[in-house]
Every structure is written in structure tokens, then in C-alpha cells.
Design a protein around this ligand. Structure first.
Ligand code: ACO
Length: 204
């Protein structure tokens, strides 16, 4: 892979393929990743359904993902893209992995990286809620944090959370919250969160 310059703010530029402007991702987080790993917005081309490098495969560490066709993936991506000031889904991609046939396009600039050339190893979302209270305040909800089983313990989960907190802060959220299981409490405490309230659920 082409080396990623530490001077570059992000190795990605704003494009129709990306869910949102990668300039929202702090350069300091990119620089703190292991060599060859990049953090970026979800891309339209991250739909390599059930291949080892797909976004959907990464989410399976969380729960059942189900069968999602390429067409269904594209429709959901398009919805998120049309609400891209509300949905911020990010991935970490390991570019050290040899490219697959589905994602082997090359970049014309050595400082730019083509999404999908490597293997997606982590993902997460911050969903921005627009309220009436707190003078039309905004709240970030962190959802669906997933690090591939063979990549856990490398601080990728921490970097995902740092990125989502930074995005929430930059777009104007006055707080960022999440629900998690008891076993993940120590992880989120390491990420700077503290216990607040009680989660309740109603399943249809
Ligand atoms: N218990 C105690 N400490 C933990 C745990 C844990 N379960 N998980 C991570 N940590 C600690 C690490 O030891 C590390 O501490 P250190 O800084 O002192 O070394 C710190 O938290 C950061 O750990 P990371 O390496 O960033 O964690 P990782 O990349 O493995 O990601 C995660 C953690 C996201 C929980 C991952 O294990 C995972 O994907 N699990 C399965 C899916 C899941 O449970 N996702 C969260 C659902 S909740 C939600 O989505 C809002």
C-alpha cells in the first residue's frame, strides 16, 4: 500500500462514495492507529457482502446481521447519505491486507487511499438527535461498536469511540451517550464515559 503521510489531515477526501466529510475525523486519531490502518467514513463500496473484508461481516461480532443484498445495502446507504448530518458511521480498515478483486482500484495520489482495498476490522456509529430542550440541543447516540474478534485488544475500539466523540463534539452535541452490557462498562469507562441513568427496552 501507499504510505500514509502523518502530515495529511485525512488520507481520504470528501466524495460521493463516502457517507460524510472525512475532515470531521481528527488527524490525531488517524496518527494514533497501528501502521497501515485507516479510519474513515463508511463507503458505498463497503458492501462486499459476507466477504472477509466486509463491513457487514465486522458487525457480526455484535449480533445477527441477516442476509442483506447489495441492492438493500445501497438503498440503506443512500438513506443515510441523504441524512448525513444525522448518521455518522465510521470504519477502521487494515490496508496491510492484499487487495481483493472487489476493491483493487488504485489512487492517483500517494497520500490518498482508496476505500475497500484492505480489510474492515472495526466500525461504529454516532447518531445525532435534534431536540427542543436545551435550546434545540443536539445529543449524540453511539451505536453498534464492533471490533473483529482477531483485532480486539489493539485499541481500535478506543479509537472508534474517540472518533465518534470528536464528531459529536464538532457537529455541536452537548453530550454523547450510549447503552451497553455490564461486561462492557470497564471498556467505556476507559473511553471516558461514566454510568448515568438506567437503560430500558421494549422489544416488538
Ligand atoms: N473489560 C475490561 N476492559 C476492557 C474490555 C472489557 N470487556 N474491553 C476493552 N477493555 C479495555 C482494554 O484493556 C484497554 O485498556 P487499557 O487502555 O488499559 O489497555 C481499553 O479498554 C481499550 O480497549 P480496546 O483495545 O480499544 O478494545 P477493543 O478494540 O477490543 O474493543 C470492544 C472493545 C468494542 C468492546 C470489542 O471487544 C468488541 O467489539 N466486542 C464485541 C462487540 C461489543 O460488545 N460491542 C460493544 C457493544 S455496546 C455499543 O455498541 C454501544
Amino acid at each position: 500500500m501507499a504510505p500514509i503521510s502523518s502530515k495529511t489531515k485525512s488520507p481520504f477526501t470528501k466524495s460521493d462514495n463516502l457517507l460524510f466529510d472525512p475532515a470531521l475525523i481528527p488527524a490525531s486519531i488517524q496518527e494514533s492507529l497501528p501502521a497501515g490502518y485507516v479510519v474513515r467514513p463508511l463507503a458505498r463500496s463497503d458492501n462486499q457482502v459476507r466477504s472477509n473484508s466486509s463491513f457487514l461481516k465486522t458487525l457480526e461480532v455484535l449480533t445477527t446481521v441477516g442476509t442483506i443484498s447489495d441492492d438493500a445495502f445501497q438503498r440503506r446507504f443512500q438513506y443515510l447519505k441523504e441524512h448525513s448530518d444525522q448518521y455518522y458511521t465510521i470504519v477502521i480498515e487494515d490496508m496491510n491486507v492484499p487487495p481483493t478483486s472487489a476493491g483493487s482500484a488504485t489512487s492517483s495520489s500517494p497520500s490518498l487511499v482508496t476505500p475497500g482495498r484492505g480489510k474492515i476490522v472495526a466500525a461504529g456509529t454516532v447518531l445525532v438527535e435534534r431536540k427542543f430542550i436545551h435550546e434545540l440541543g443536539m445529543v449524540g447516540h453511539i451505536e453498534d461498536i464492533a471490533v473483529s474478534a482477531d483485532q480486539q485488544g489493539k485499541k481500535l475500539g478506543l479509537r472508534i469511540i474517540e472518533t465518534l466523540k470528536a464528531i459529536g463534539q464538532q457537529v455541536g452535541c452537548y453530550k454523547v451517550i450510549l447503552d451497553c452490557s455490564e461486561k462492557n462498562v470497564p471498556f467505556y469507562e476507559k473511553c471516558g464515559f461514566e454510568r448515568k441513568g438506567v437503560e430500558m427496552g421494549w422489544y416488538v
